[in-house]
Structures are given as C-alpha cells and as structure tokens.
Design a protein around this ligand. Structure first.
Ligand code: NAD
Ligand code: UD1
Length: 338
C-alpha cells in the first residue's frame, strides 16, 4: 500500500518524498504544478534511485483524484497541496479559500468514498494567532488568525476535528509547522520561490547570490533581545522526518493527533543573518524597515509532545540550516530548471 502525497513536488513535499522512500514507504504523488517545477520529480528520483507514480492532478478535481485511487493502492494521505503566501491571500481570498479549503473538502470526500481514512495535514504555527505566549503548546487555544491564508489552515483544522468527531474510524494528524528553512544536503533540492520571496531565508539567499541588493529587516523595536522578530526555524529534512513518524503512527492507530514540529529554540532575524554570514562567508547588507503588518514579536514551539508520542525530535541546528540553504541557492541560482 502507498501513501498519496498531495503537493508532493513542492518544497516540503519533495523533501518528504525522499525521506518516505528512504524509510521504505511506497508513495504516489499528485501536484497541479502551480507552484513547483516538474524537474523536482526528476531530482527526487535521482536522490533516492527509485521511481514512483506521479499524476498531474488538482485536488479540487474529484474525477482526477478518483482516477488516482482507481489506479493505485492507497491507504493514507499526506496533504501538502495548498497556496501559502500570506500577502497574496489578502489580495485573493476567494482563490485561497477555494484552493485550500474547498480542495481539502474534495480530497476528504474522495478519500471517504474509497475507504481511505488516514491523513496527515500540513498546518502551521499561524493557527496559534497573536495572543498565545511562546513556547506554544498544542493545547493552547487556536484561531484569532490575522489573514486569509492562516484562516484556511484554522478552518481545515476545524473541518478535520469535526470529521473525526463524526466518525472515530478516521486517523488524522495535524502537524503545525514552525519556520521551515534549509535544503537537502546534496544541494539538488530546496525552496524555489516565485518572484520576490516573502520569507526570510529565501530573501537572504537571494541577497547572497546577488539577485537582491539588501535585506529589509521588518522592525527592530520588538520586545526581543535585539528588537527583531524571533522565530523557531526548523530544517526541512527534520520536518520531512516528522512526517515519516506521523504517517507511521496513523497507519497503526486511529485517532486525532496534533503535533508542533519545531526545534523549541527561537532565533532573531539578526541571529539568522549572522549565522548565514558565518556559514556562507558572504556578507548580507540589511537595513531596518517598518514592522510588517500581522507579524508578532516571538513565536517558538514546545516540541516535547512530538518527542513523547512520535519519538521525533529536530536534530539539525541553525548552522546546518544556513549551510544547506546556501548550498542549494549557490548551486541553483535560478532554482529548478524548467
Ligand atoms: P509549496 O508551494 O512549495 O508546495 C505546495 C505544492 O502544492 C506545490 O507544489 C503546488 O504546485 C501544489 N498545489 C497547490 N495547490 C494545489 C492544488 N489545488 N492541487 C494540487 N496541487 C496543488 O509549499 P510548501 O512550503 O512545500 O508547503 C507545503 C504545505 O505546508 C502547504 O500547505 C503550506 O501551507 C504548509 N506550510 C508551509 C510552511 C512554510 O513555511 N513553507 C509553513 C507552514 C505550513
Ligand atoms: C510567515 C507567515 C506565516 C507562514 C510562514 C511560512 C506572515 C505574517 N506569517 O511566517 O503565516 O506560515 O511565513 O510560510 O507572513 N523578515 C524580515 N525581512 C524579510 C522577511 C522576513 O525581517 O524580508 C522577518 C519577519 O518579520 C519575521 C521573520 O523574519 O520576524 C520570519 O519571517 P517569515 O520567514 O516571513 O516567517 P513568519 O513571519 O514567521
């Protein structure tokens, strides 16, 4: 039996496909190629030395999904497919609710019709909203999200909780990611944003490679040790390994499980700049800009529940995250080939 990986050619999905296959788990991948290149498929195959089925399917296309279930033996799903840019979600809320929320409803319905009731979902620390104090634990109240993207994650969590309440034979794992950065050690897979990066690490690597003149640091007057925002950066390979543990759990146990995937350590924007400069040997010019609306001062996880229940812990530190991000960017200045 195979795990269906939706959005499996994207940044986190591609790294997870590699670790799933390294763990001996069969996969089937679907992606509509909206935010990735098909060459990511070739890179996954080259790294693992294994072939696997890929279907260009949109999760909103029930017939297309049914065809995948008819053609493959699937017992569980890891659901990455979604749109993820906060700013864009404020400009195009309908597209975000359609793609993320409606897409998930279509996927869950097709799964149910095929007797497949096991799913791991890519949620986000954003569901903790603005008011909880770090370290964030899974039992804190969620909601109070400030943008449509975050609301799609919160709404999908609600949908999945209601689904489980209605039918306890589902096995659902909500994984709340903190800030994934880094890339595969080989330098052949990494994050490949379209246009101007929204997130810190891809912006820094594009400054380092000479594509952007300088980093704008969004605020230095937060209540943090150096005044810049503090986040829990996690290596994408550690995150991928968390999915291997999560899918192993839902395959053997029914239930609704929620885990933070983070390191438990916060770094400021300037900490990350310094760590990146050390790892790459490249100076990152920056200037202080106004705060970005919707940002909070500090956000980091308490990752102890995932350790206790999944036996998972992030192993890779900030130096390795920076080294691997830089290796990917410097070997692939223009990202994945077309
Ligand atoms: P990504 O954009 O690199 O990957 C998502 C993939 O899904 C892309 O390959 C895209 O083409 C595909 N996709 C989008 N809509 C689709 C649809 N309707 N049908 C089929 N495929 C579709 O993003 P990522 O960083 O790998 O994130 C994966 C998941 O994790 C997303 O759901 C994202 O919201 C969530 N997440 C990401 C972060 C982060 O910092 N990267 C943090 C928290 C949560
Ligand atoms: C952002 C999203 C969050 C999403 C996550 C992963 C917002 C408000 N939050 O989280 O919902 O789940 O990305 O996609 O957009 N920074 C700069 N300069 C930059 C970029 C970022 O100073 O050019 C700072 C930010 O102010 C923040 C830190 O770097 O303090 C990390 O920012 P980012 O990488 O965008 O992640 P989050 O804001 O934590």
């Amino acid at each position: 039996m195979a795990v269906l990986v939706t959005g499996g050619l994207g940044y986190i999905g591609s790294h997870t496909c590699v670790e799933l296959m390294n763990a001996g788990i069969d996969i089937v991948v679907i992606d509509n190629l909206y935010n990735c290149k098909k060459s990511s498929y070739d890179r996954i195959k080259a790294l693992t030395g294994r072939d696997f089925p890929f279907y260009k399917v949109d999760i909103r296309d029930a017939k297309g999904l049914q065809n995948v279930f008819d053609s493959e033996k699937i017992d569980s799903v890891i659901h990455f497919a979604g749109l993820k840019a906060v700013g864009e979600s404020c400009e195009k809320p309908l597209e975000y609710f359609d793609n993320n929320v409606n897409g998930t409803l279509v996927l869950l319905d097709v799964m149910r019709k095929n007797g497949c009731k096991k799913i791991v979902f890519s949620s986000s620390a954003t569901v903790y909203g603005m008011n909880n104090v770090s370290p964030l634990t899974e039992d804190m109240p969620v909601g109070g999200v400030t943008n449509p993207y975050g609301r799609t994650k919160y709404m999908i969590e609600c949908i999945m909780k209601d689904l489980f309440a209605s039918d306890n034979s589902w096995s659902i794992c909500l994984l709340r990611y903190f800030n994934p950065i880094g890339a595969h050690k080989s330098g052949t897979m990494g994050e490949d944003p379209n246009g101007i990066p929204n997130n810190l690490m891809p912006y820094i690597t594009q400054v380092a490679i000479g594509k952007r003149a300088e980093l704008g640091v969004f605020g230095n007057d937060y209540d943090t040790p150096d005044g810049t925002g503090v986040r829990d950066y996690i290596h994408v390979v550690d995150l991928a390994l968390g999915h291997v543990k999560a899918v192993e759990k839902i395959r053997k146990e029914d239930g609704l499980f929620i885990y933070n995937l983070g390191t438990g350590t916060g770094y400021s924007v300037l900490d990350v700049v310094k760590a990146f400069e050390k790892a790459s040997g490249v100076k990152i010019p920056y200037s202080i800009k106004p705060r970005r609306p919707g940002d909070i001062a500090t956000c980091y996880s308490d990752p102890s529940k995932a350790l206790k229940e999944l036996g998972w812990k992030a192993e890779r530190g900030i130096e390795e995250m920076c080294e691997d991000s830089w290796r990917w960017q410097s070997k692939n200045p223009d990202g994945y080939p077309d």
